[in-house]
Ligand binder design. Sequence first.
Ligand code: NAD
Ligand code: UDP
Length: 388
Amino acid sequence: MASTVRVDLDGNPIKAMTICMIGAGGFIGSHMCEKLMAETPHKVLAVDVYNDKIKHLLEPSSLPWADRIQFHRINIKNDSRLEGLIKMADLTINLAAICTPADYNTRPLDTIYSNFIDALPVVKYCSENNKRLIHFSTCEVYGKTIGSFLPKDHPLRQDPAYFVLKEDDSPCIFGSIEKQRWSYACAKQLIERLIYAEGAENGLEFTIVRPFNWIGPRMDFIPGIDGPREGVPRVLACFSNNLLRREPLKLVDGGESQRTFIYIKDAIEAVLLMIENPARANGHIFNVGNPNNELTVRQLAEMMTEVYSKVSGEPSLEVPTIDISSKEFYGEGYDDSDKRIPDMTIINKQLGWDPKTSLWDLLESTLTYQHRTYAEAIKQSISKPFAS
Ligand code: NAD
Ligand code: UDP
């Protein structure tokens, strides 16, 4: 089969590169590895403590990309092999993090160490060895919107200047130190500032990604099936778990917070453009989200209930949701981002990228996956409650 030469956004041929991907075994990493294996000639040194979500890419050895992906079971907290892998690669992508809100207020030390201290050697090795770095931050560095401090019925709350989040303009507004929810956002902000400073003072070639609620198959875990029974994953997996078990979906503090959700496959397209267009991506911080897919958490619960009923063929519950306080659900020290709309000007100008998938479509494909993957296992666990 004749292979076509792949070109970047400026028409230059793309050379095959080696990528050290830290956190490759997670939700985003697994989708990124899939895309790189299926559509590019690049090689991946996949670093993680787990590999369940990329097993299908690692075995059997007859897979067409078998010689382009290697798994390294490494905990970056304490493993001297990390620097060697970064040196072998042209580009490092750092995804490793504790990034589930239930941990931010209950395990603030682990959260800060994971998101700041553990990322320090990665930045240092990239800077010292003149290697390019794509670092995963979060939309949460914006914290709360300016508009959230206005009275509920104030007309300026409708003015985009008071809520749209811009990489080079919006302030980062966190709650008090007692609100340990912000330990994650604050650690991510400081590592962003450090990377930015390494760029300014030492010439580090970097790109920072701020994901806005990327969702899709393989996100987190279903409690009691492929994760701890008492664990609290992010909202997609919490609501999927409730739907699979035919329990009401729990709306924290009434489900009034607003989010924009983007389909993982759209978001991965944006990351691939960053990987393959360094001249356009270096030195930039990019929001990656879908401003058109905004809704409240309550509306998300309603839409997921409707979509799940369609894909599973099961009728919805008579009472599909219940309210729960954040203190009861997450414990002391929880706080929330009120609204997250990404400004898309910079990513659009630099990479010409726009998200495509509607909320309904992304929920339909994701919940079809959840149903196929977990419905049988949930039925069995319900019929044998004491089996491990
Ligand atoms: P994830 O938890 O699925 O993936 C993170 C991976 O990092 C896991 O596989 C984990 O085992 C690995 N990891 C953590 N600590 C490690 C260590 N010390 N050594 C080796 N591996 C380690 O999360 P994700 O959703 O794929 O997120 C990836 C990145 O994107 C994170 O930095 C997160 O903060 C950021 N992010 C994601 C979203 C989103 O919408 N999914 C939103 C905001 C930010
Ligand atoms: N949430 C909820 N019920 C759940 C899980 C989450 O109401 O079972 C809410 C949570 O309080 C937050 C939103 O859903 O307002 C999104 O939560 P997620 O865990 O996905 O992370 P976040 O977007 O806050 O980073």
